[in-house]
Design a protein around this ligand. Structure first.
Ligand code: PGA
Ligand code: ZN
Length: 476
C-alpha cells in the first residue's frame, strides 16, 4: 500500500509571495498527500542549494519551475514503485540521483519536497497519523556512533570520539512531547524594515505549566508589547516577515528593554515565567573580520568585543538563549562565546551548523555551542535531518526545530517536533497564519495526545534556567 504510484509537483507561493515547490505523492490504493517547502532570507552560506530560475525575466528569476520539472521528470522516474515508508532509502536515492554534495543539481527544494511528501503519503497509505509514522521513522534512526562508523567504513569522514561537552536533559528524544516555543516579539536584520541589527528578540515561556498556557502568555506579552511600541510612534505595530514587530529603536538593547517591559505589563515575571532569547544572525553584519553594527551610533566590534557585549546583556537581562551570536565561519569567536556563556545560556548554531551532521560533529569535537537549530531545508531531506537531531541528542546538545522566514500553511514541523520529542520549536511570531498553522497543529496534537505527550517546559534547561531566574539579583 505504501508503494509510490505517482509523483507530481507544482509551483506555489510562500508567505513572502515568493515561488516555492509543492509535491504531491500518490501511493498504490490511491491515498495521496502533499508537502510544501519553506525558504529562508538569512540563509547560511553552507546550506544546501535552493534551485531558482535565475536569469529568467519571469518573477525576476525567483521562479522554481526548473526544480518542479526535476520532480516531475527525473525524480518521479527514479522513485516509481519505491516504498514511501522507507524514508532512508527514498532519501538515499534522491541524494545519489542529485550527485552533488549540496543538492545543487536537482535543487534542495525539489528533493525536500519529495522527501516530506513521501513521509506524509506513507502515513496516509498506512492509515495512521503523521506523528505516528514520524515516530516509527525516528525509532529507526541509528545512534550517531553507528552512523559515524558507517561513514568511516565508506571513507566519507573519520570516526570520531564522542564527548559530552554539555549538560543534557535525558528525556529529550525518548517519546512524544509538546515543545517549548521560542517566539519572536521584535524583528530586525534581514527580516524587518527597521534599524535593528539583531534579527530576533524572542521570548521563552519557561514557567508555563502547559503548551496551552505558554501560548496564552505569549499572546498576552505580544499584545502588551504592541501597546508599548505604539507609544514610540516609530514603526509602532508594523511587523516584519515573521509577524514580529519591526520598530525603529535607539539601539539593539532597547528592543530587549521593551520585551522585558511587555513581560512585566502582562503580569508575568521576567526570568522565572518568561525568559528572553536572541537570534543575533551575526553572519549578516560580519564584514572583513568585524561585526558592523548600525543601530544607534553604529560601531564595529571584534569577535571578543561582541562576546563581551552579549555577556553584559546576559548579566543585565534574563537572556537564556542566543542563536548565531558569532558568524558562520568564526569558529574561534564561537569557541570564546561557548567558554564564556555555555553554563548560563543555550547557544544555538543555525548558520554555523546548517543542520548538517558533519558541521555539527565539528562543533561537538571542538566544544563549540551547546545547541543546534534544525531546519529541514538547510540540509534538504527528512532522513538527514533526523540523523542530525540524533547526533545532537546523543551529545547533549539541545535541538530547536525551526521554521524559515518564508513559510506556508504546511505544518509538518509541528508533527516532527512532537514525534521526535526534540523539546523546542521556533516558528517566528504569534501572528500570521503561516506561523499559526504550526502553533494550531500543536494545539490539536496536545489535545489528541493528552497524557501520552510530555510537557517539559523550562525544566529542559536545568541549570541554565536557574541562572536566568536569578538574573535580577546578579544584574543589580
Ligand atoms: P531565515 O531566518 O529563515 O531567514 O534563515 C530564520 C533564522 O535565522 O533562524
Ligand atoms: Zn537564525
Amino acid at each position: 500500500m505504501t508503494r509510490i504510484e505517482q509523483i507530481h509537483a507544482r509551483e506555489v507561493f510562500d508567505s513572502r509571495g515568493r515561488p516555492t515547490v509543492e509535491v504531491e505523492i500518490r501511493c498504490a490504493g490511491g491515498r495521496t498527500a502533499r508537502a510544501i517547502v519553506p525558504s529562508g532570507a538569512s540563509t547560511g552560506e553552507h546550506e544546501s542549494v535552493e534551485l531558482r530560475d535565475e536569469g529568467e525575466a519571469r518573477l525576476d528569476g525567483s521562479g522554481v519551475t526548473r526544480a518542479v520539472s526535476h520532480v516531475r521528470g527525473e525524480i518521479a522516474q527514479a522513485l516509481q514503485g519505491a516504498d514511501a515508508a522507507d524514508q532512508q532509502q527514498i532519501d538515499r536515492v534522491l541524494c545519489e540521483l542529485d550527485g552533488t554534495p549540496n543538492k545543487s543539481r536537482l535543487g534542495a527544494n525539489a528533493i525536500l519536497g519529495v522527501s516530506l511528501a513521501a513521509a506524509c503519503a506513507a502515513a496516509e497509505a498506512k492509515n495512521i497519523r503523521l506523528i505516528d509514522h514520524l515516530r516509527d521513522l525516528w525509532r529507526q534512526v541509528p545512534s550517531s556512533t553507528a552512523t559515524a562508523a558507517a561513514d568511516s567504513a565508506a571513507g566519507q569522514s573519520p570516526t570520531v570520539s564522542h564527548v559530552t561537552p554539555h549538560e543534557s536533559f535525558s528525556p529529550l528524544g525518548t517519546g512524544f512531547s509538546l515543545p517549548l516555543p521560542m517566539v519572536n516579539m521584535i524583528s530586525g536584520g534581514l527580516h524587518a524594515g527597521g534599524n535593528l541589527d539583531f534579527q530576533d528578540f524572542l521570548i521563552l515561556p519557561v514557567g508555563a505549566s502547559s503548551y496551552r498556557q505558554a501560548l496564552d502568555w505569549i499572546i498576552t506579552v505580544y499584545r502588551r508589547l504592541g501597546t508599548l511600541l505604539e507609544q514610540t510612534r516609530r514603526g509602532g505595530r508594523l511587523v516584519g516577515d515573521e509577524g514580529g514587530y519591526g520598530p525603529i529603536l535607539e539601539s539593539n538593547g532597547a528592543a530587549v528593554e521593551f520585551v522585558v517591559a511587555a513581560i512585566e505589563a502582562a503580569g508575568l515575571a521576567p526570568g522565572d515565567d518568561v525568559a528572553i532569547g536572541l537570534d543575533v544572525a551575526s553572519s549578516h553584519f560580519y564584514r572583513d573580520g568585524k561585526y558592523v553594527l548600525s543601530a544607534g551610533a553604529g560601531t564595529e566590534l571584534t569577535s571578543e568585543e561582541l562576546v563581551g557585549l552579549l555577556e553584559s546583556w546576559v548579566d543585565r537581562w534574563p537572556v537564556i538563549s542566543i542563536e548565531d551570536g558569532l558568524a558562520e565561519n568564526d569558529w574561534d569567536g564561537w569557541k570564546l562565546l561557548t567558554e564564556r556563556l555555555s553554563d548560563r545560556v543555550q547557544l544555538i548554531g543555525d548558520d554555523l551548523f546548517v543542520t548538517s551532521r558533519h558541521r555539527l560533529q565539528r562543533g561537538i569535537d571542538s566544544g563549540t555551542a551547546n545547541s543546534v537549530l534544525i531546519k529541514l531545508n538547510q540540509i534538504g531531506s527528512l532522513w538527514e535531518t533526523l540523523e542530525t537531531l540524533r547526533l545532537a541528542l546523543d551529545n547533549g546538545y539541545w535541538p530547536v526545530v525551526s521554521a524559515r522566514s518564508g513559510e506556508t500553511e504546511d505544518s509538518f514541523i509541528a508533527d516532527l517536533v512532537v514525534a521526535t520529542g526534540a523539546g523546542q520549536i521556533k516558528v517566528g511570531s504569534i501572528t500570521r497564519s503561516e506561523r499559526l498553522a504550526k502553533y494550531n497543529q500543536l494545539l490539536r496534537l496536545d489535545e489528541q495526545l493528552g497524557d501520552d505527550a510530555a510537557w517539559y517546559g523550562g525544566s529542559l534547561f536545568g541549570r541554565i534556567r536557574r541562572s536566568a531566574s536569578t538574573w535580577k539579583e546578579a544584574g543589580e
